[in-house]
Design a protein around this ligand. Structure first.
Ligand code: FMN
Length: 180
């Protein structure tokens, strides 16, 4: 069975990106599902020197390494991914084994603006470049006006988003089933 790791870029419990990630998991289909926790210390070279890689960071790196595919749901904060996501990537880059290398990765976003996090996705694409993942080019899933985009039980209302997400997740599944 495939393992899919979901990385939510927002910490709040009611995050629309968490809802989107849950939809992505359903669209991916049968899999072992794991979820990352980005409540990590801020990257600090002195902390790294004194104590090494924090346990939460090593857990995240191990989750990435163990996953057959990764989906990252990013909000947009001031036209870019949130600091928690950048912080997590900076920490992961300090771990051994390059866990993102050749890993199939899909990016999705939900944001309350009209662009649905388009600039945040673009920036995240660049941020992932040094990790050399197998980053899916699309279809792009950018859920605009995200506070109104889900039913009370967390389902995407607009079938266009559902269809794009289904296509992206099936492409991720295909990529995950293919050797690097
Ligand atoms: C600091 C901050 C900056 C934001 N900047 C943007 C932005 O640039 N574009 C946008 O569409 N929404 C922006 N928003 C609104 C977010 O899209 C909205 O809070 C969204 O719900 C965040 O994702 P979440 O539901 O997963 O927490 C911003 C929100 C915060 C807290």
């Amino acid at each position: 069975m495939l393992t899919l790791l979901g990385i939510p870029g927002a910490l709040r419990a009611a995050s629309t990106n968490r809802l989107l990630l849950a939809e992505a998991r359903r669209a991916f289909g049968e899999a072992r599902h794991t979820e990352a926790d980005l409540r990590l210390p801020l990257y600090d070279g002195d902390l790294e020197t004194a104590e090494g890689i924090p346990p939460g960071v090593q857990t995240l790196a191990d989750q990435i390494a163990a996953a057959d595919a990764v989906v990252i749901a990013t909000p947009e904060y001031n036209k870019a991914p949130p600091g928690v996501l950048k912080n997590a990537l900076d920490w992961v880059s300090r771990t051994k084994g390059a866990p993102f290398r050749d890993k199939p990765v899909a990016i999705i976003s939900a944001a309350d603006g009209r662009g649905g996090g388009d600039r945040s996705q673009f920036a995240l694409r660049l941020m992932l470049t040094p990790f050399r993942p197998r980053l899916l080019p699309g279809p792009e899933v950018m859920v605009a006006e995200s506070s109104k985009a889900f039913t009370p039980d967390g389902r995407l209302i607009d079938p266009r988003y559902q269809n794009a997400l289904a296509e992206l997740m099936q492409a991720l599944r295909t990529e995950a089933s293919r050797p690097a």
